[in-house]
Design a protein around this ligand. Structure first.
Ligand code: CU
Length: 108
């Protein structure tokens, strides 16, 4: 976990910003590039998330977020909403059933 980030907007390492953004790694059930796109897009629209990048090989998504705007659990819930597991939080059944066949975990 990184606590120190340079604020993108002001380009200053400001005390006020130092602890407001955290970066976490979340294990997902993504299996392909389409999953990557779905999850990254979902997180791009998730309140408080400043960046998200998923590594298809490991299915780990690295997420930076504003600690005063959201929590890790809310981010996991956002991933569940589009049909993927996030750490110990399992995807909703309905969202999972709506996934493309090739995107369902264990499909590969
Ligand atoms: Cu997929």
């Amino acid at each position: 976990m990184k606590n120190i980030l340079i604020c993108n907007r002001c380009r200053f390492l400001s005390v006020a910003h130092v602890k407001s953004i955290e970066t976490v790694e979340i294990q997902t059930s993504a299996v392909c590039d389409m999953c990557k796109e779905t999850i990254e897009k979902q997180l791009a629209f998730t309140k408080g998330v400043t960046s998200a990048e998923l590594d298809v090989k490991t299915a780990i998504v690295t997420v930076s977020y504003k600690t005063n705007k959201t929590t890790i659990d809310d981010i996991r819930a956002a991933i569940n909403e589009v049909g993927y597991d996030a750490d110990e939080r399992k995807a909703g059944k309905e969202a999972f059933d709506n996934l493309h066949e090739c995107c369902k975990k264990d499909a590969h």
